[in-house]
Design a protein around this ligand. Structure first.
Ligand code: NAD
Ligand code: WQD
Length: 338
């Protein structure tokens, strides 16, 4: 059985490739490298000692996708490919709707044509919007997203749910990730953002390595214990293992299921800064800055469903994630570019 992984060269995709190979699956990867490079896939091979085919292919290219499906016996798809920068999506909505939604529809059309009807999709906690109380639970109302990126995730969830209603042969797993951080413990693969990082952990890592002077903490007057924003930071290796469980479930159960993938614990910005110091002995200089538009006070998961149905829960701590991030960042200060 081979699993086709779109966006497999990216941050979460590359870690999932490792866990899928280590669980004994065959994989086939496609990526257009718009936010990654094939070097991450070479490193996946190095970590696992296993070979697998990968293709430079845009998921909007249906002929390219069809050729890959014809060349391999694909049974299921894990779909990571997409653009993910919140701020950029506000400035470039058409690019985001075209890439994320257009790309997903092209992929689904090719899957239907090739009679592959099992898909695990990278959704996001952002679909819970700003009105729900924490912890977020899968059956809460979704929508009310505040940026085109988040809206693409919400819309793709609806598209996949509609597909399952129309054709009971489909198996869809919607995985709502909370805040993935960390890196593989080998230090060979990790997060390699282009330009100034948007997200907290890569920003901290770049301050630690001397690329940025200090962290701006976006607001200390939130309704949280220390006033800084609270999030559910999940180690990317735990997250990757969640995909192995989700694929196994999706191939055996038809219909659409939704799972939160988080730790179930909220951690503030300042707690993450302190965890980085505890893990690595490095102080992160910071200033308190104004709130970032669109940010919410609290976001963390209720993880009961993933535990009960997938038999999955996180094993690593934020201190583990800070140590692994630093091993990756200090060994690869320019990401895959060195
Ligand atoms: P990433 O940018 O590292 O990975 C996405 C990959 O998809 C990249 O390798 C990129 O080159 C590729 N890609 C983009 N558009 C493509 C296209 N049209 N055709 C082929 N490949 C394409 O991001 P990531 O953090 O690994 O995220 C993976 C998925 O998880 C994304 O769908 C993202 O929206 C979702 N997600 C991420 C987070 C997060 O905080 N990292 C949280 C929730 C959901
Ligand atoms: C975390 C906390 C910031 C940077 C985003 C997307 C979401 C999902 C994950 C894909 C917040 C604070 C941050 C900085 C800071 N992505 N912060 N200084 O906003 O929870 O989620 O990534 O689906 O859709 O919105 O993550 O890492 O940007 O921020 O103080 O330089 O860190 O205000 O409280 P966020 P983040």
């Amino acid at each position: 059985m081979a699993v086709f992984i779109t966006g497999g060269a990216g941050f979460i995709g590359s870690h999932t490739c490792v866990e899928m190979l280590e669980a004994g699956y065959e994989i086939v990867v496609a990526d257009n490298y718009s936010n990654s490079s094939a070097e991450s896939l070479e490193r996946v091979k190095k970590i696992t000692g296993k070979d697998f085919p990968y293709y430079e292919c845009d998921i909007r290219d249906k002929e390219g996708l069809a050729r890959i499906f014809d060349a391999h016996k694909i049974d299921a798809v894990i779909h990571f490919a997409g653009l993910k920068a919140v701020g950029e999506s506000v400035a470039k909505p058409l690019e985001y709707y075209d890439n994320n939604i257009g790309g997903t529809i092209a992929l689904l059309e090719v899957m239907r044509e090739k009679n592959v009807k099992t898909i695990v999709f990278s959704s996001s906690a952002t679909v819970y919007g700003s009105e729900n109380p924490v912890p977020f639970k899968e059956d809460m109302k979704t929508g009310g997203t505040t940026n085109p990126y988040g809206t693409t995730k919400y819309m793709i969830e609806i598209i996949l749910q509609d597909l399952c209603k129309a054709d009971p042969e489909w198996s869809v797993s919607l995985l709502r990730y909370f805040n993935p951080i960390g890196a593989h413990e080998s230090g060979l693969i990790g997060e390699a953002p282009n330009g100034i990082p948007n997200n907290l952990m890569p920003y901290i890592a770049q301050v630690a390595v001397g690329k940025r002077e200090k962290l701006s903490v976006f607001g200390n007057d939130y309704n949280t214990p220390d006033g800084t924003g609270v999030r559910d930071y999940i180690h990317v290796v735990d997250l990757a293992k969640g995909h192995v469980k989700a694929v196994a479930r999706a191939v055996s159960v038809k219909g659409c299921e939704v799972f939160n993938l988080g730790t179930g614990h909220g951690v503030s910005v300042l707690e993450l800064v302190n965890a980085f110091k505890e893990a690595n002995g490095i102080e992160i200089p910071y200033v308190i800055a104004p709130r970032r538009p669109g940010d919410i006070d609290n976001s963390y998961a209720d993880v009961t469903k993933a535990w009960e149905i997938l038999g999955w829960k996180t094993e690593k701590t934020i201190v583990d994630a800070c140590r692994d991030t630093w091993r990756w960042q200090s060994g690869n200060p320019d990401g895959y570019g060195n």
